[in-house]
Design a protein around this ligand. Structure first.
Ligand SMILES: NC(=O)c1ccc[n+]([C@@H]2O[C@H](COP(=O)([O-])OP(=O)(O)OC[C@H]3O[C@@H](n4cnc5c(N)ncnc54)[C@H](O)[C@@H]3O)[C@@H](O)[C@H]2O)c1
Length: 257
């Protein structure tokens, strides 16, 4: 006898940080299509994209709320979770997609650039995970997916600090999982390869980059935001109820050799 599994999120409430950005918007919209109401958390005072993401969520027939959050500023993360609970009564899951990169040779980074990258990508995701998990602990359930990168597993020139932060995000999943699994909370990470977005267009149009890196992807193509959505939706869904502390790499085989 087979037992059916569900990949749906009907009736759930989720937060997507970085939800005004390229991948975050596709995640918010796709997860709404899967049945969830969505809170978009982003630097909306500096980034006009939050309202557009909310419009796309509502087009799926789901509710959307846009909250201004700076993941480097802990009180704003607390306010994000409080506003979500005030509006919807619960948080079933959170996807932390906020992230930045500064590309430079390893010998040239400044202390300020280290602080900036670590503050957003690592410290920011730690406190987003901690603060939403406190709410989830009171509920007795919750799922958190943090967006890492294939550079959590392998290095690449001129991305050293970024890669270090993403390796930290992957390990954070394990660190939280061992304490939070008994509370009904899962924390996993997703590690995409190079994903096609407005910020990577110039890179993808550079023949030197394409000739160097496309042959390293056995699947023969770069990633799309929908590839990231597939992995995130799976980890948030009932089908992944027993998966905890993992990094799911979405790389067409890049890190396999
Ligand atoms: N694009 C890629 O090739 C790729 C590959 C692997 C992983 N990723 C990761 O995916 C995530 C999304 O990347 P993207 O390509 O959509 O980039 P993006 O720049 O379009 O989106 C990032 C979002 O994060 C928000 N953000 C940045 N700092 C913030 C802060 N302090 N507080 C709140 N929000 C903040 C930005 O406003 C933006 O909306 C990032 O974590 C990135 O590292 C991207």
């Amino acid at each position: 006898m087979t037992e059916a599994v569900s990949y749906r999120l009907d009736g759930q409430v989720g937060i997507v940080t970085g939800g005004a950005g390229a991948i975050g918007r596709v995640l918010a919209t796709g997860l709404a299509e899967a049945g969830a109401d969505i809170v978009v958390g982003d630097l909306v005072s500096q980034h006009a994209g939050g309202d557009e993401t909310a419009r796309l969520v509502r087009e799926q027939g789901r509710q959307a709320l846009v909250v201004d959050v700076d993941v480097t500023d802990v009180p704003t993360i607390e306010a994000l979770v409080q506003e979500t609970v005030a509006a919807f009564g619960k948080v079933d899951w959170m996807v932390n997609c906020a992230g930045i990169n500064i590309r430079k040779p390893v010998l040239e980074y400044t202390e300020g650039e280290w602080d900036q990258l670590v503050d957003v990508n690592l410290k920011g995701l730690f406190f987003c995970t901690q603060i939403v998990a406190r709410q989830m602990a009171t509920q007795g359930h919750g799922k958190i997916v943090n967006i890492a990168s294939q550079l959590a597993v392998v290095a690449m020139p001129e991305r050293s600090i970024y890669a270090i932060t993403k390796a930290g995000v992957a390990h954070m999943a394990k660190a939280f999982a061992v304490e939070l699994a008994p509370m009904g909370i899962s924390v996993n990470a997703v590690g995409p390869t190079f994903v096609s977005t407005p910020l990577t267009t110039a890179m993808f149009e550079d023949p030197a980059f394409v000739n160097e890196y496309l042959p390293r992807i056995p699947a023969g193509r770069f990633g799309e935001p929908s590839d990231v959505l597939g992995a995130v939706q799976f980890l948030l869904s009932p089908a992944a109820d027993l998966i905890n502390g993992q990094l799911l790499v979405v790389d067409g085989g890049y890190t396999s050799w």
